[in-house]
Design a protein around this ligand. Sequence first.
Ligand SMILES: [Cu+2]
Length: 409
Amino acid sequence: MKTLFIKFMVLLSLALSLNTQTANAHGEKALEPFIRMRTIQWYDVQWSTQKFAVNEEIIVSGKFHVAEDWPVSVPKPDAAFLNISTPGPVLIRTERYLNGKPYTNSVALQPGGDYSFKIVLKGRLPGRYHIHPFFNLKDAGQVMGPGVWLEIAGNADDFRNEVKTINGEVIDMETYGLSNGIFWHIFWGALAAGWLLWWVRRPLFIARYRMLQAGLEDELVTKQDKLIGKVILIGVPLLVLGANWMTINQYPKAIPLQASLDQILPLSAQVNAGVVEVDTLKAEYRIPERAMTFLVKINNKSDKPIQIGEFATANVRFLNKAVSMPISDNTDTMIAPEGLSVDNPAPIESGEERTMTIIAKDALWESEKLDGLIRDSDSRIGGLLVFYDSSIGERFISSITAPVIPKFN
Ligand SMILES: [Cu+2]
């Protein structure tokens, strides 16, 4: 019965999302390009597996950079919640970490910071689903990370979700407190509906208005009405207090739902932030060629010669094929394997400062609806420029940003 109900809810949510699904999955590309490119910049997102069974755990992990050039029209990420987008309750989340620390609440993110995350999920309903990690930004919306298709095998009835409470009792989270919850919802619903019906069953507005006009207002409210009113006025608070007292007695050791903000500082040196300084002097988008041209001033403060390997933005990766690098990506991230070219392929020596032209060119600008940027009131682009040393051993990531000038021919 329970699984039947859940299946129904899944079907319902799928049906509701169907109209957008045909257009572009489930709205990943619907958000304005400047929000997708200049808020949460995801990278290194990995799923431990894409085929597993009910009750089996999978891990999604990765990193993200919080753009320095956060759009002025988007509220600052003072309360952000890392979540997983699923079509209904097909998975449960059992653990979640930010920078290695377990956390349960929303967190304040610092623009300019890098964070690593890890979420442990457990299969609940068999099927094939498109799943993303995403950030719920307070007052701004959702910024999707790279998604994958997950195939969950097995039988929904085998699903187990038992936890041990602080009192040592093992409870089944699937049914715990369910009847109690249903009882109180029905009870308050019935009481409210009864009170409403008590008044609605009588002649309403016009008849009562005419009685009022005729000076018969005393007859509008009967003695019985007043009595019932008094019973509710005293009875409802007494009932609430009584039920609260019973709950406290039954569960003396309880932890309230947490409403604080978690405080987790960004990683600093881990991605060599600031070691390679990039100043974007100009960005131009040529519409017919679907090519973004950046003029950048690069200052290599590392002790190694480096080359530009990649430009990544909004889950699209433009790679420089001259710089061979390991592509480890099992997500839906769009990859243009030859999308990035530079005017001067010679490695940038340690200590060298060089002004270069970088071109990110691919139809993905259009198919991923990022070219809409030029029609936005905020036409600034943002993304991550990835540098590698000559042995591809070390990676340096710089977040770049610039206003984009469109070229129509
Ligand atoms: Cu999706």
